[in-house]
Ligand binder design. Structure first.
Ligand SMILES: Nc1ncnc2c1ncn2[C@@H]1O[C@H](COP(=O)(O)OP(=O)(O)OP(=O)(O)O)[C@@H](O)[C@H]1O
Ligand code: SF4
Ligand SMILES: [Mg+2]
Length: 396
């Protein structure tokens, strides 16, 4: 993995084994995500955008199976192939390292718990240790202050409680899931000490809701999913994804079904997050307007392949792959005749051989129906999978 890259897909192959046949959903996808950038993933419906995200999260469920390739993650300076990791380890990666805003926010929110409960749960799973340390620092400060102000002698009982608290939080900060901590959390009198932690987490939840530009966050925190508008539900899901402070955030069409004003607010939020948290964002959409507004680089997908990847300005000004060119020509505009790409996306069960775009491509050559084009760097940082940019001796 080159320096500055956070995630890298190398020839990822993913199949779904269905009764109707094998769906070849990803056919050797190559792409990379750099530090502190928004990478847009665009393409027609069914081209494999969401399954690419699910593969990165490590949540491809049967009948889906990853059949080849690797997904590398920069993990504390080391390169990890996520496909070789144990489920327990991946549970830790999901959330703290990689988090996802799913395509359907309402399906993701639990209808029987309020907003605060759901965000708190995420924080307690992934960041309990960090919050225990924060409380411990506060308690140590309080203890030192009491000693300095000679309050120590005045109230020995309070000192003892404070000391006990410090001990509990010291253990929690060392290992939040130890047997000792789990035992204490079940003893009713001692359970009260957990309130300090809850208070600290509550502050974080309200801070996250404020970041999401939610008016009156204290009230909204107590609302249930059915009481939220579409835009609010979408922001809750984004808040939950951010609660873990992820290094990589995946947004799967987070603004579909939202009106344009709410969509603009959410795009601003994502943009601000990139600036503030220095996160890397994989932003999936079929809306090229959103891509132009938000993304630094773009990868275009077609029928389970990444077919072009470049800087956003290059994609719009000088697209080199025939599919990207046709896609951009089909953007409607005032007074512009409507143009569509002839033909339809091929079935991914027994897909056509060679380049999967060859039956719709105006430049198709004989070789295009015989061999699959490789994804190569045509110009600096501009990649494409097309025989138009291949010298004959490089075909394989
Ligand atoms: N669980 C599944 N079982 C069988 N096939 C699946 C399953 N999930 C996805 N697929 C297939 O994988 C291919 C890629 O699906 P994916 O959901 O990634 O598309 P997409 O690009 O996200 O489309 P959209 O823009 O509509 O969300 C599709 O052909 C789809 O039918
Ligand atoms: S490889 Fe051939 S069919 Fe595919 S996009 Fe290029 S020219 Fe068209
Ligand atoms: Mg999708």
């Amino acid at each position: 993995m080159e320096s500055g890259q956070v995630v890298r897909f190398d020839s990822l192959v993913l199949h779904f084994y269905t009764y109707a046949g094998v769906v070849e959903a990803l056919d050797g996808v190559n792409l990379y995500l750099k530090e502190n950038e928004v990478l847009g993933v665009v393409g027609e419906t069914g081209c494999g955008k969401s399954v690419t995200a699910l593969a990165l999260m490590g949540i491809v469920l049967p009948p889906g199976k990853i059949e080849g390739g690797q997904i590398l993650l920069d993990y504390n300076g080391k390169q990890l192939n996520l496909l070789n990791q144990k489920q327990d380890f991946m549970r830790g990666i999901r959330g703290h390292e990689i988090s996802m805003v799913f395509q359907e926010p309402r399906a993701y929110l639990n209808p029987v718990y309020n907003v605060e409960y759901q965000i708190t749960e995420v924080i307690m799973v992934h960041r309990k240790q960090e919050f225990a340390k924060r409380v411990l620092d506060q308690l140590n400060e309080e203890y030192a202050r009491r000693k300095e102000n000679l309050l120590y002698e005045a109230d020995p009982f309070l000192n003892r409680i404070l000391k006990f608290n410090i001990n509990v939080y010291k253990r929690m900060a060392r290992n939040p899931n130890s047997r000792y901590v789990r035992f204490l959390s079940k003893v009713p009198i001692i359970r009260r000490f957990g309130k300090l932690l809850k208070k600290e987490v509550h502050k974080e939840v309200i801070g996250l809701l404020e970041d999401m530009q939610i008016a009156d966050p204290e009230r909204v925190a107590h609302m249930y999913p059915h009481e939220l508008s579409g835009g609010m539900a979408q922001r809750m899901v984004i808040a939950m994804a951010l609660a873990c402070d992820p290094k990589v955030l995946i947004c799967d069409e987070p603004t579909t079904n939202l009106d344009v004003t709410v969509q603009a607010q959410i795009l601003e939020l994502v943009s601000a997050l990139k600036q503030r948290r220095k996160s890397s964002i994989l932003y999936i959409t079929h809306d090229l307007g959103v891509v132009a507004q938000l993304c630094d680089r773009v990868v275009v997908m077609y029928a389970g392949n990444a077919i072009e990847m470049a800087d956003v300005n290059k994609i719009f000004a000088e697209p080199i792959h025939p599919y990207t060119q046709a896609l951009l020509e089909s953007i409607p505009g005032p007074g512009k005749p409507l143009k569509s790409i002839p033909g339809t996306v091929p079935s991914l069960i027994n897909p056509i051989p060679g380049c999967r775009f060859h039956d719709r491509c105006r430049y198709a050559m004989d070789v295009c129906s015989e061999m699959k084009p490789q994804f190569v760097e045509v110009k600096k940082d501009h990649f494409a999978a097309c025989f138009l940019y291949y010298s004959h001796d490089r075909r394989s």
